[in-house]
Design a protein around this ligand. Structure first.
Ligand code: UDP
Ligand code: MG
Length: 326
């Protein structure tokens, strides 16, 4: 008997969550008719300020009440963070708590269609893959400028890291246990899941699907938060920016040396009338800018190292259904 764990990080999803759980229950019912499977759901409340936690508790109790022969269709577990720790922390917590030999990661807003699950599971049963991941094939409904930067980011990070991130990849995937354990074995504090999935390796089958709007609520990502997140991703999976800083420094030294030789030769040949201060001012500004940029790049890595060395937990659980079960 296979146990499929579905991990769902939720932040202010009181409206979407019931719709999602309803859809998931429908899919679970269908799959149980065809396969020897049972379902566990790990709901992670990421410090929601609305009634998300209440919805979770109610759904969990209801699933127990509706259970046939004390086997619920969806065995719903929940945990609630002490504050908002971000989706990455939610995913990590969910993966740690998931018991299944298959684990799915899904959003609560129905942008990860539950009806893809049967196909994903069947692929893992019949073909030699370790996980099935999803990739959206359109970016409709997204501002063009955001799509442009998203594409640029994917090109860049694939060139400068081993993370192997596919453009349009979502976090929605179904994994076999060994891959889940591999992901859990990465103890880093700065978690960038898209990179981690690629870095751990394993054979991935990509399922393309058409992007859909979320059913209710709104996205928690602004352009600026996405920009910061992409910098996190690059810093977490590549040290190339540091090399670029050194190489740029070296090149500028060479340029400066050539300039010195040129000016000395010119002064010897034609004398030295004082002129050209505007170009000098521009040069100083340019060099000052490059120096600050390089310092900033180093600062990014230093800051991440600093956070890693503190060994703080990724999240703090305030209460969970484990307390109830104990
Ligand atoms: N989420 C979370 N913590 C956060 C932000 C988001 O757990 O701080 C969850 C959210 O509830 C949803 C999923 O992560 O289930 C994806 O969020 P969202 O739909 O806002 O992202 P998008 O689909 O726009 O990339
Ligand atoms: Mg969404």
């Amino acid at each position: 008997m296979d146990l499929i764990s579905v991990v769902v990080p939720c932040y202010n999803e009181e409206e979407s969550l019931p719709i999602f759980l309803e859809a998931l229950a429908g899919v679970a019912r269908g799959m149980r008719e065809r396969h020897e499977v049972s379902f566990e759901v790990v709901l992670v409340d990421d410090g929601s300020t609305d009634d998300t936690l209440k919805v979770m508790k109610r759904a969990s109790e209801q699933a127990r009440v509706d259970a046939v022969d004390s086997v619920p269709l969806l065995d719903i577990h929940w945990l609630s963070f002490s504050r908002n720790f971000g989706k990455e922390a939610g995913l990590a917590a969910g993966l740690e708590h998931a018991q299944g030999n298959y684990v799915a990661l899904m959003d609560a807003d129905m942008q990860d269609p539950p009806n893809l699950l049967p196909e994903m599971y069947e692929i893992l049963l019949t073909e030699h893959y370790d996980n099935v991941a999803t990739r959206r094939v359109n970016r409709e409904g997204e501002p063009p400028i955001r799509s442009f930067f998203a594409r640029l980011f994917y090109k860049l990070i694939n060139r400068i890291s081993k993370a192997d991130i596919v453009d349009g990849a979502r976090d929605f995937r179904l994994m076999k246990r060994p891959m889940v354990d591999a992901i859990l074995s990465l103890p880093e504090y700065n978690r960038f899941s898209k990179g981690i999935f690629g870095w751990v390796g394993f054979k991935t089958k990509w399922l393309p699907f058409v992007n859909v709007e979320r059913v209710a609520g709104e996205t928690k990502w602004s352009f600026f938060s996405l920009l910061l997140y992409s910098i996190d991703g690059i810093v977490a999976f590549s040290t190339v920016p540091l090399s670029i800083a050194s190489v740029a420094g070296l090149l500028l030294c060479l340029v400066a040396l050539a300039g010195v030789i040129f000016i000395v030769a010119k002064t010897i040949a034609f004398g030295d009338p004082v002129e050209g201060w505007p170009s000098l001012a521009c040069l100083i500004t340019l060099l000052g800018g490059i120096q600050l940029l390089c310092l900033g790049i180093m600062g990014q890595y230093l800051a991440k190292t600093y956070l890693e060395t503190k060994h703080r937990p990724l999240y703090i659980v305030k209460e969970s259904s484990d307390d109830r079960d104990r």
